[in-house]
Design a protein around this ligand. Structure first.
Ligand code: UGA
Length: 469
């Protein structure tokens, strides 16, 4: 099938590349000419596993990039819209880019086309899109509109797209549903996964993918409610972690215990400094605003957001308690991205924590495996922060080391080498990347998430007794 994807952000770009991968001809359209030129040269523009492979495999053949909406749209039977819907000042999602793209599509369309909304949008958006297409449709074309929300995560975007838990097809007509079923057929019948060249199937994938056909209104709500539920899980476990810190329980043991109840599940129960990224913070605000507009006061969402903000403040409090005063202290920071496996720093809790520490007068040496270039632009060039090339460089002369992003490579660091670089062997771990036992063994004062400082002291005593024996 010939498909157009308008918007080349995480969702649009990955969708276009994956649609080419499962056998379609895809054209990805964006008004950022610099980005389009880079993509035409085969550059992946975002840090995402397997994306370079797909660009190499399909670029210039089944996958094309253009700034011309008219060219892209004219030749396609399905047009995906995956433009950004950033939060406005009131918390509502700003859907003005979506509206302008639909106006353009209506002007340039040819024949009958299916417009598919992939951007995360407030409930009710599809109705508006229908109206906009109708109002601007001077040529009498037939449009069908569907909602096909995307559930991919940054860092695992390609495998999430190709091996999804479910594909939600929000279609109000049978023809729309039939067209989208046909488009996703290689994922729904397992034929893509069975191919020799398929991107490797992740361990937890359920094959083949399942299609859930709903109305467009239900599909919009499924997306917003899914993100809100996941954010709620994170805030819930962070609140439980705070109770653990106040008592004698260990959050990692508690998570194992509650997560093994299949009704709850162990995923998305990782405590830390809170969720960030371009989705959860914005989508929660938007869902809150939509609920209010529909006459329901969804106050649970306020609490989810409040706990999330509070986690950052609590982390800075832990650093202060470990060092007494903060002014002039030299801190090593590991992690700038909003989570491991990505170079994205949008709404990164790590950046928020660093800003607070800079405000308190700390001097920071920061290391991130992928996000340094993007993080640099988030700070005033005169701020007391240096970006270094390795965790060991960051640790050089540090009064304490802080872990702010859950990168796998941090867990594999040589702890003795790290300790040898530091002025004081203190680690404050906002993501529980290390174990209390290994940190105590390496001689660190270790402050983690969801364990009382008293409990950590007990580990240190056991280690020193073992060493003396
Ligand atoms: C999220 C959803 O997981 C995707 O399903 C959705 O498609 C996407 O938003 C979107 O709406 O576009 P993403 O923002 O890439 O994906 O990242 P997540 O893996 O969900 O992580 C979000 C944040 O939560 C990160 O800051 C992460 O560190 C934090 N997190 C996640 C925790 O603190 N604990 C956890 O257990 C899981």
């Amino acid at each position: 099938m010939q498909v157009a994807v308008v918007g080349s952000g995480y969702v649009g770009l990955v969708a276009a590349a994956c649609l080419a991968e499962i056998g379609h001809s895809a054209v990805c359209i964006d008004n950022d000419s610099e980005k389009i030129r880079a993509l035409q040269r085969g550059e992946a523009v975002i840090h995402e596993e397997y994306l370079p492979v797909l660009l190499e495999r399909h670029g210039g053949r089944r996958l094309h990039f253009t700034t011309s909406l008219a060219d892209g749209v004219r030749s396609s039977s399905i047009i995906f819209v995956a433009v950004g819907t950033p939060p406005s000042e009131t918390g509502d999602a700003d859907v003005s880019s979506l509206e302008s793209v639909c106006v353009e599509i209506a002007r340039h369309a040819e024949g009958s086309q299916l417009i598919v909304v992939k951007s995360t949008v407030p409930a009710g958006t599809n109705q508006w899109i229908r109206r906009v297409l109708h109002r601007n449709n001077g040529n009498g074309h037939r449009f069908d509109v569907a909602s096909n929300p995307e559930f991919l995560r940054e860092g695992t975007a390609v495998t999430d797209f190709l091996y999804p838990d479910r594909i939600v097809l929000g279609c109000d007509t049978e023809t729309g549903a039939a067209l989208l079923n046909e488009l996703y057929r290689p994922l729904l019948d397992g034929s893509y996964a069975a191919g020799d060249e398929a991107v490797p199937v992740p361990d937890c994938a359920v094959l083949p993918a399942r299609a859930i056909v709903t109305s467009s209104a239900s599909a919009e709500l499924i997306k917003q409610a899914s993100n809100a539920y996941l954010a709620m899980k994170i805030s819930f476990i962070n609140a439980v972690a705070n109770i653990c810190e106040a008592g004698d329980a260990d959050i990692e043991e508690v998570v194992e215990g509650i997560g093994s109840d299949r009704r709850i599940g162990s995923r998305f129960l990782k405590p830390g400094i809170g969720y960030g990224g371009s989705c959860f913070p914005k989508d929660l605000l938007s869902f809150r605003a939509v609920s209010r507009e529909l006459g329901y006061d969804f106050r649970m969402l306020d609490e989810v957001m409040r706990i999330n903000e509070d986690q950052r403040r609590r982390f800075v409090g832990k650093v202060r308690r470990a060092l007494w005063t903060l002014k002039g202290k030299r801190l090593a920071v590991l992690g700038l991205a909003f989570k491991g496996g990505t170079d994205d720093v949008r709404e990164s809790p790590a950046i928020a924590v660093i800003r607070s520490l800079l405000h308190e007068g700390c001097e920071i040496a920061a290391y991130d495996p992928a996000a340094t270039a993007r993080a640099r632009t988030a700070f005033d060039p005169k701020a007391a922060i240096r970006f270094v090339e390795s965790a060991y460089d960051a640790a050089q002369g540090a009064d304490a080391l802080l872990v702010l992003t859950e990168w796998e490579e941090f867990a594999a660091l040589d702890l003795q080498r790290l300790r040898a670089q530091m002025r004081h062997a203190i680690v404050v771990d906002g993501r529980n990347v290390f174990s209390p036992e290994s940190m105590a063994k390496a001689g660190f004062q270790y402050i983690s998430t969801g364990r009382s400082e008293k409990m950590q002291d007990a580990h240190n005593v056991i280690q020193s007794t073992d060493a003396a024996a």
